[in-house]
Design a protein around this ligand. Structure first.
Ligand SMILES: NC(=O)c1ccc[n+]([C@@H]2O[C@H](COP(=O)([O-])OP(=O)(O)OC[C@H]3O[C@@H](n4cnc5c(N)ncnc54)[C@H](OP(=O)(O)O)[C@@H]3O)[C@@H](O)[C@H]2O)c1
Length: 308
């Protein structure tokens, strides 16, 4: 099969409607079947809702606080979650995740580990990655992303070499809050990356213009950060009644509405809301169940929220 045809088929299968509907999960896990999306570069399926860790898991050394985060992780995995995202920038989040993974054990915590390299100098990248890996206690990361493109020219070749050597599964880049979209676009055009992470939510929709269509065209999986604008979006929305159409897509509250909007964009592989609450993580994972809004409802959702 020629390369063009193969990449076309990968893209088509990554976007196939079947990928939007719940798929089977391994028999040993008593979790509900969540909606998944395929990573275009591999075909691997991932649940469309993951877990962030900025601020919420930066709880220091306090044992009770670490155990509380482990309970959030337990509820996340019990609901069928896979991807947890962190960074050396997030204070104690990495060792807190490591504590949770060790406490739960690998059978109860089938994590897809999404980490970042965040240091200006390429020379210091490998040592930072190794320290992060020790904090998590995983044999290797599933995904390493260059955080906010810091030093990307030096880090990307090293990450791609790690991937080629089998010491890493996927390579990506990140940005947030609409920063450096032109640079992100240039890297998406020129580098063989598997993932791009960016901000996208009911109010911050700049990525729809260029980056999300480009990700589809290039077969790059999109991770969405700040789906709740650090919580501010939900605090605003919760002052308003839930619209009638929310029930049509099985949403029990604004958090699920906000997440369903994000993950129903065909380019999006996974949204990674952060939370310190077991009740909230359960609510958030519920957004990966039930009907996914179509294009017409997506427009209605965005118009409704913009008008509030
Ligand atoms: N450049 C980058 O690479 C970059 C930049 C930004 C973010 N990120 C990643 O993306 C993740 C998500 O972004 P974020 O943490 O900035 O913001 P976010 O996920 O949009 O919002 C997190 C906030 O939402 C609240 N929340 C979560 N679920 C809720 C629910 N069901 N109901 C009510 N409130 C809820 C949380 O409070 P509670 O604790 O009370 O639930 C928390 O304060 C980060 O944690 C990080 O992993 C990466």
């Amino acid at each position: 099969m020629d390369l063009h045809r193969r990449s076309m088929l990968k893209r088509i299968s990554a976007l196939a409607p079947a990928a939007l509907f719940p798929t089977a999960v391994p028999a040993q896990r008593a979790a509900p079947a969540l909606a998944t999306r395929q990573i275009p570069s591999s075909g691997e399926a991932l649940p469309v809702v993951g877990l962030g860790s900025w601020i919420t898991f930066n709880v220091g050394n306090d044992r009770a606080a670490r155990d509380a985060c482990a309970e959030v992780m337990r509820a996340f995995f019990a609901a069928g979650g896979r991807m947890i995202d962190s960074s050396p920038m997030y204070g104690s989040s990495q060792p807190v995740i490591g504590h949770g993974l060790a406490k739960l054990g690998s059978a109860a915590a089938p994590v897809f580990s999404a980490e970042k390299v965040w240091v200006g100098s390429g020379e210091r990248g490998p040592a930072q990655i190794e320290e992060s890996r020790r904090h998590w206690g995983v044999p290797r990361f599933d995904l390493l992303q260059v955080h906010n493109l810091l030093g990307w020219e030096e880090h990307l070749p090293a990450l791609l070499a790690m991937k080629a050597a089998g010491r890493l599964r996927y390579v990506g880049i990140t940005t947030s809050e609409g920063r450096r979209h032109r640079d992100i676009e240039a890297v998406m055009h020129s580098q063989p990356i598997d993932f791009v992470q960016l901000s996208y939510n009911l109010l911050d929709r700049e990525a729809e213009q260029r980056l999300l269509p480009l990700a589809q065209e290039r077969g790059i999986a999109v991770i969405v950060n700040r789906p709740f604008r650090e919580g501010a979006l939900l605090r605003d929305l919760q002052r308003h009644p839930l619209p009638a159409w929310a029930a049509q897509i099985g949403c029990d509250g604004w958090a699920q509405v906000a997440l369903k909007f994000v993950v129903s964009h065909p380019a999006v592989a996974c949204a990674i809301p952060a939370t310190s609450s077991v009740a909230h993580v359960r609510q958030n994972m519920g957004a990966a169940l039930g009907p996914i809004p179509d294009a017409a409802l997506r427009r209605r959702m965005a118009e409704h929220v913009q008008a509030l």
